[in-house]
Unconditional design. Structure first.
Length: 383
């Protein structure tokens, strides 16, 4: 990200209060409000600027277009001792994945491992938040979902593949654990927003002109802003998955999320972002998800797991860096430290901050100042 990116620092508890307050004002239950606010705050505490406040816009958009049923309850519709499947009934992915994660962790605690599938739900934000639930219970987890189609097959021109997240975490000890948090694409709509608002470019030549097939690293000429939003942008281009390993990972995860998922919908059959923006979408923005969880204490002492995790981290972090490079680190280490410390302040992109209070909170007659006054009163009264 370029040096032009502008952020503001905000109290995490205040931000959580605002998110829950606004989502519940739209009609969500308290459990649903907690699921949304908790997941978004974990993303913010990790320092994920595009997976914090701004990604809330994704569920706001589908809610406003009538494709997210905010009163729906994710339902456990099939299960066995070590597996389950949830129908989100077009609720948010936050609500659905939270229930999926808790079910998978409980089954793994009992049987050693479990997989839980989900489908028919909308965006779930940063999947780090659901992986973190397993880490807190000394479990290993891997979780992902597919998305609206926004990527082309290797060598192709046509967005039929997902741009979904992938998160996985291992139990650890005193050192940062193995924590994988990535996306199975080159870019998504948040990058389009930053290309316009901050002048950033994407890595490599992953932008395909739909007419000429010419490759570039600039999304800005293809951006289609969505009124009232600062992160959700559509784009009139294709995405080039030029790296074979990323392409194969994308398709392998698709096989987990939708093909073997008994309730799943494959990405090519999920409505496009353009359809959600223009109001013609029919269905949820996610076709399928999974949550795989392992409790290693069933296979050996947890002390040995923690010790090996710490030794691995020390070996990685103790490796000599390349000339002029920074010290080697474990992926996700800074976010892990922030979550463990319960950092009071989180950073938010200014381009996400203003639309949230103007558009999402503003629909209810609230502003940053009025919500801050409410929050300060609740803190002072212990409410």
């Amino acid at each position: 990200m370029s040096a032009q990116v502008k952020t503001c620092s905000v109290n995490a508890d205040f931000m959580r209060y605002c998110l829950k307050r606004v989502w519940m004002a739209n009609g969500a239950s308290e459990e649903h409000g907690d699921a949304v606010a908790d997941a978004l705050i974990i993303g913010m505490r990790q320092g994920k600027l595009n997976q914090g406040l701004g990604v809330y816009e994704a569920i706001d958009l589908t809610f406003r277009q009538g494709q997210l049923d905010i009163t729906a309850e994710p339902e456990l519709v099939k299960e066995g001792p070590t597996w389950a499947a949830f129908d989100g009934h077009r609720s948010s992915g936050y609500f659905t994945l939270t229930r999926m994660a808790r079910a998978a962790i409980a089954k793994a605690k009992e049987h050693g491992l479990a997989i839980v599938f989900g489908a028919n739900h909308n965006d779930a934000g940063s999947f780090s938040s659901y992986a973190w639930l397993a880490h807190e219970k000394d479990c290993w987890a891997m979780t992902a979902n597919n998305s609206v189609p926004m990527a082309s097959p290797l060598g192709g021109m046509g967005n039929v593949l997902q741009v979904g997240p992938l998160d996985g975490i291992c139990p650890g000890g005193d050192e940062p654990p193995v924590w994988m948090s990535t996306k199975v694409c080159e870019w998504y709509d948040g990058d389009t927003a930053q290309a316009v608002l901050q002048g950033t470019k994407v890595r490599d030549n992953s932008v395909i002109d739909t007419i000429t097939g010419q490759l570039s690293n600039d999304l800005a000429p293809y951006a289609r802003p969505v009124e009232g939003y600062g992160r959700v942008f559509d784009q009139s281009c294709f995405q080039n998955l030029h790296e074979p390993r990323l392409y194969m990972l994308n398709l392998f995860l698709e096989s987990m999320e939708s093909v073997i998922n008994p309730l799943g919908t494959i990405t090519p059959e999920v409505p496009t972002l353009a359809q959600f923006v223009n109001g013609s979408a029919q269905g949820a923005s996610v076709g399928g998800s999974f949550y795989l969880c392992i409790d290693p204490s069933h296979f050996g002492p947890m002390e040995a797991v923690r010790d090996k995790s710490d030794r691995l981290a020390r070996a990685v972090q103790g490796t000599q860096p390349l000339p002029g490079g920074r010290a080697c680190r474990m992926p996700g280490a800074s976010g892990w430290r922030s979550l463990r410390s319960g950092a009071e302040e989180v950073d938010v992109l200014e381009s996400h901050w203003e639309p949230f209070f103007r558009t999402q909170a503003g629909r209810h007659g609230w502003s940053e100042a009025s919500l801050r006054a409410e929050w300060e009163t609740s803190v002072s009264t212990g409410g």
